[in-house]
Design a protein around this ligand. Structure first.
Ligand SMILES: [Fe+2]
Length: 212
């Protein structure tokens, strides 16, 4: 019988360059070394706990309290790290060139931040303001039928707390940006936003607004 194994998340286009966000070497190190190590650690940690097998890393992270205290924090770190990177890679598109929000995504950003341009500005400023070693999240808040978008920051590999539902995340650990952007996290955040599949983001927002 094949053993259950968590594998490293990566963009839909695989381990390729995603210019101007990241060159191929950065992506390879990010996916195979950084996230690969988190996966290897998590697979060892949960090997003896079949109730965790088959779960996504995010669910394992949120259910870590069910595991023995001795390994709980290590599981939260590894599973949280994999989940954070899943949201970082989730909407990156293979298509080069500029991608700007239109349609449903643009409408949602307008409702929550005034306009897509305002959102881009706030996102860039938050990325600049944050210290290294965390994630900047765009989340929906679905306590009613109207989904509102929120920016949330977390430290380490922590996930946004309820009631925030992650939509996408910017990796603000140095390994993600230092080689290409130095300390210019504004430019890094801007490059990230312009390589996202905003149609897919809009579809997820719409699905959540309908209770999906
Ligand atoms: Fe990372």
């Amino acid at each position: 019988m094949e053993r259950y194994r968590i594998t490293a998340p990566q963009p839909s286009f695989g381990c390729q360059a995603c210019l101007p966000l990241a060159d191929r070497q950065t992506m390879e190190v990010h996916i195979h070394v950084i996230v690969g190590r988190l996966c290897a650690d998590l697979n060892v940690l949960i090997d003896g706990f079949p109730m965790m097998h088959g779960m996504e890393a995010e669910e394992i992270c949120r259910r870590a309290f069910q595991l023995p205290r001795l390994i709980r924090e290590d599981v939260r770190f590894s599973a949280g790290g994999i989940a954070c990177h899943t949201y970082y890679f989730r909407y990156l598109t293979a298509d080069e060139g500029e991608h700007l929000p239109e349609g449903r995504a643009a409408e949602a950003l307008k409702c929550s931040f005034g306009s897509p341009d305002s959102f881009f500005y706030i996102f860039r400023e938050e990325a600049k303001r944050m210290q290294t070693g965390g994630f900047l999240w765009l989340c929906t808040e679905s306590r009613s039928h109207v989904s509102r978008l929120r920016l949330i920051t977390t430290r380490g590999y922590d996930l946004p707390p309820a009631p925030y539902l992650p939509l996408l995340a910017l990796d603000l650990w140095e390994h993600a940006y230092i080689g290409r952007f130095g300390e210019d996290r504004r430019a890094y955040a801007d490059a990230f936003l312009r390589r996202l599949d905003w149609d897919a983001v809009g579809s997820t927002i719409a699905a959540r607004a309908c209770g999906g």
